[in-house]
Design a protein around this ligand. Structure first.
Ligand SMILES: Cc1ncc(COP(=O)(O)O)c(C=O)c1O
Length: 423
C-alpha cells in the first residue's frame, strides 16, 4: 500500500466497526432567519406576487448587476430558463451546432436539445474538470452557432483561451455560471465575459431561492431579446401596450417571492464565499499531501473559485486497489458525505433517443446523426467520471477542524485500505 500515514496508527475504520472520525453533521443548507421571513411576508402582504406589478425582482436585478459588475441583469424562473432564453436571444436554431462540455449538469445540454440544435461535446481537461479549451477549435464547423462552457463546481473554465477562439471564429459564448456565484477570472466576475452569463439559484446553489435564475449581459439588444423571450414574447418597448408582441417567447419569469428571498440571501453570500475559500484552501493543502488524492487544479486566470463543489480525483492504486464506491462508503461511515459526481453525459441514452426522434431525423442528414457519436467521444472525460470525488458546498461552510477531519478520515481509510478491499 502506498501512502502517507498519520502520526499515530489510525483507529479501525468505522465501516469495520471502529469509531467514526466525525459524529456531528456538516452545516445545514439553506441558511436563513427572520430577514428572509420578513422579506417573504412583505411580498405576501403586498399582494404583488408577479414581477409585472411588484418591485422585488427589479430590485434584485439591480442588486445582482451591481454585485457582479454587469451592465444588465435579467432574472428568470431558473438556470435552465436563463440558458434557454440566451440561446433564443442569440438566434440559435434547429440545424445549428452548439459546443458543450460532457462534464456538467444535464440542463446545459437539455436546452440545446429543446432548441433542436446539435450538442457537440468537447472533451474535459482531466486536471481541472473543465471543458478542455485546447480541443475546442477541432470541434468547430460552419454550423457552430454558440458555445456553452461551464464554470464547473464554481471554478472558472479557461476563459482566455475560450474567448480567443470564440472571437476568432465569431461564435458567441454563453457562460454557464450556474454553479459559480462570485467566482472571478482575472479579477472580474464570471458571467460578465461572454455574450451572456447564466446563473441558477436552485436550492443547492451558493445563492438560493429554491428555484431561480439570471442572465448577465453587457449588450442592450441581447438584454431586450432576453426580456421579451422570458416574458411570453412581450418586450420592454411593449410595456403598457395591450396584447401586442415583438416576437414569440415563453413564460419563464421569476416571481416576486424569489426576488425578495434572493435579496435577503445576498446579504450572506460574501461571507459564506470567504468561508468556503478559506476552508477549501486549507483542505487542499492537506489533501495534496495524501498520495492518490488529487484536488482539481485551477487555471492561472482564476482569481476566485466559488467552490460550489470541492472536486478531487481518487486514484485507487494508492489505496490498495480499493474501488471508489467502497472508498465513498467508508468515508460516509466516518461521517463525511461525498459523491462520485457526474456520469458522462455524451454517452447517455437520452441523447441518442433525442437524435433518433422524428424532429431530429427531419432536420439533419442521416450522415450527420450517424457521425455524431464518433465526433463527440470524450475519452478523457470518461476517465474523469470514473475517478472523481466531490464534497458539496455546505461542507466547506464548516470550520478548519471539519477540514482536518476530512483529511484524517481519508488517511485512516488509506492506512486500512487492504482490509477494506477484502471487506
Ligand atoms: C452547470 C449547471 N447548469 C445549469 C443548471 C440549471 O439550473 P436550474 O436547476 O436552476 O434550472 C444547473 C443547476 O442545476 C447547473 O449546475
Amino acid at each position: 500500500m502506498g501512502g502517507a500515514r498519520a502520526a499515530s496508527t489510525p483507529d479501525k475504520p468505522a465501516i469495520l466497526g471502529g469509531s467514526k472520525v466525525r459524529t456531528a453533521p456538516f452545516p445545514s443548507w439553506p441558511v436563513f432567519d427572520q430577514t428572509e421571513e420578513r422579506a417573504l411576508i412583505e411580498v405576501l402582504r403586498s399582494g404583488h406576487w408577479f414581477r409585472g406589478t411588484g418591485q422585488a425582482v427589479k430590485n434584485f436585478e439591480a442588486a445582482y448587476a451591481q454585485l457582479t459588475g454587469a451592465k444588465f441583469c435579467q432574472a428568470t424562473a431558473n438556470g435552465t430558463a436563463a440558458l434557454y432564453t440566451s440561446l433564443n436571444a442569440l438566434g440559435v436554431e434547429p440545424g445549428d451546432e452548439v459546443l458543450v462540455p460532457p462534464y456538467t449538469f444535464i440542463a446545459t445540454v437539455n436546452v440545446v436539445l429543446r432548441q433542436h440544435a446539435l450538442p457537440i461535446f468537447v472533451d474535459s481537461d482531466i486536471e481541472t474538470s473543465q471543458m478542455d479549451a485546447r480541443k475546442i477549435e477541432a470541434a468547430i464547423t460552419p454550423r457552430t452557432k454558440a458555445m456553452i462552457p461551464v464554470h464547473l463546481g464554481g471554478s472558472p473554465c479557461d476563459l482566455d483561451a475560450i474567448l480567443a477562439i470564440a472571437n476568432k471564429h465569431k461564435i458567441p459564448v454563453i457562460e454557464d455560471a450556474c454553479q459559480a456565484h462570485l467566482a472571478e477570472w482575472r479579477g472580474r466576475k464570471v458571467g460578465t465575459w461572454g455574450a451572456t452569463g447564466c446563473f441558477s439559484f436552485q436550492a443547492s446553489k451558493n445563492l438560493n431561492s429554491g428555484e431561480g435564475g439570471a442572465i448577465l449581459t453587457a449588450d442592450e439588444a441581447i438584454r431586450d431579446r432576453c426580456y421579451a423571450f422570458q416574458n411570453s414574447g412581450s418586450g420592454l418597448k411593449y410595456i403598457g401596450a395591450t396584447f401586442t408582441y415583438a416576437q414569440s417567447g415563453a413564460n419563464l419569469r421569476m416571481t416576486e417571492f424569489q426576488g425578495a428571498l434572493l435579496q435577503a440571501q445576498m446579504k450572506r453570500i460574501e461571507k459564506q464565499a470567504q468561508t468556503r475559500t478559506d476552508n477549501a484552501r486549507y483542505l487542499t493543502s492537506m489533501l495534496k499531501e495524501i498520495p492518490g488524492i488529487v484536488p482539481a487544479r485551477m487555471y492561472d486566470g482564476c482569481t476566485r473559485n466559488a467552490y460550489h463543489l470541492f472536486m478531487l480525483r481518487y486514484h485507487k492504486e494508492h489505496f490498495a486497489g480499493l474501488p471508489r464506491e467502497k472508498f465513498l462508503k467508508a468515508l460516509d461511515a466516518e461521517g463525511i458525505p461525498a459523491s462520485s459526481g457526474y456520469a458522462p453525459l455524451n454517452t447517455q441514452s437520452f441523447i441518442g433517443d433525442s437524435l433518433n426522434s422524428r424532429g431530429y431525423r427531419a432536420l439533419y442528414p442521416k450522415q450527420a446523426l450517424d457521425q455524431w457519436r464518433e465526433r463527440t467521444a470524450c475519452p478523457v472525460n470518461d476517465r474523469l467520471c470514473a475517478e472523481a470525488v466531490w464534497f458539496g458546498q455546505n461542507v466547506t461552510l464548516g470550520t478548519r477542524a471539519d477540514m482536518e477531519q476530512i483529511a484524517e478520515a481519508i488517511r485512516k481509510i488509506q492506512y486500512h485500505a487492504a482490509e477494506l478491499v477484502k471487506a
